[in-house]
Design a binder for this molecule. Sequence first.
Ligand code: LRH
Ligand code: MN
Ligand code: MN
Length: 430
Amino acid sequence: MTSVMDASQVAAHNSKLLAQLEADYAALAGVLARRGQDIEALTAQARHFAVAVPSWGVGTGGTRFARFPGRGEPRNVFEKLDDCAVIHQLTRATPTVSLHFPWDRPEDAAELRETAAARGLGFDAVNSNTFQDQAGQQHSYKFGSLTAGRLEVREQAVQHNLDCIALGQALGSKALTVWVGDGANFPGQHNLRGALERYLDSMRQIYAGLPDDWSLFIEHKLFEPAFYATTIADWGTSFACATALGSKARCLVDLGHHAPNTNIEMIVARLAQFGKLGGFHFNDSKYGDDDLDSGSINPFQLFLVFNELADAALREPGLRPAYMLDQSHNVTDPIESLMSSAAEVQRAYVQAALVDRTALAAHQQDNDAHQAAQTLKQAFRTDVSPILAMARLRSGGAIDPVACYRASGYRDRVAAQRPARTGASSSGIV
Ligand code: LRH
Ligand code: MN
Ligand code: MN
């Protein structure tokens, strides 16, 4: 395996921080032991945690008003893989990359797969894109894609999804995530029920092209770009469609795709209960689909989501929802944001493992609401940072990934190799 970053730099970084980490780890081990918890079991669990990185996350994001490119932005999918490799090398928690087509369409899929493997990376779910028109495309998606009134538009959108599956197969992916922005900006613009009927008809054709060992993830989103009525706006619609399509279709929960204050952890519990929880796009938000760094605004919500997942895992040991970050980095170095975000999601996972479920169930049975809430709070308030750092160290990563990355000079090096793009792009995503 070829490393993008020199392993000796990681080793030098770790040797400086090792004594301090060992002291913090021993102190936390003592606290946990008093609660009857074994730190070694938790560290082993943390080492198994993995979350996929979105290829589009390593470029600087933007809004629909402006994009301010960062230094050394990756110019193609191979350079994106290099950045993803750094993230995984230092965090050891992001072994897969999620591609978006046609943004990442490779000329040679086999070459891309080999390059990824040489970097120690694999491919997670592939994402289709029928929410914007591409150069040379025959029919426009201005008035919808999978739900469009015109048959030729729907056929083109279905074919794009089938092409994504074929490309994903060549890369070793096992899932297709479909998010469509289809909807209406005005009451009366289209027939609300008719649009969903056309969506289902299109999705049935995509589902028919899905290999046996693949999953089809339906991603809902409340609004944007359709501001009056989005066809797949909520988990209920997503659930109904996944059920209508069949067992390979499941729902994907992007945390930013709900109205503020929505009880997302309850949506997670419902989907898990009915066998339709497919996966997550992790991010954080204050107002809408802000795509802020995971855990940066509401880490308690993230913990509560993982608390439901921990409960669901006890009931269904086979439950394996797909974890991915889906963020847009406008004011930070994307590599730093993605490394910190992976650790924040991993933190919530470990904190949820700390919950004393026997005590919680007893408080619930006794109607002791106060102690039930405190049981969750105790786990949430526990600083598990030493567990995360030790898990990284033992897996060959960095004790402090951002400090190690900054000291390595990686951004300066790639900035020299990847000249700045000229001109301002107004793209809100890449
Ligand atoms: C839509 C979304 C979806 C897209 C990505 C770029 O807001 O969350 O997952 O594929 O952003
Ligand atoms: Mn998403
Ligand atoms: Mn989104």
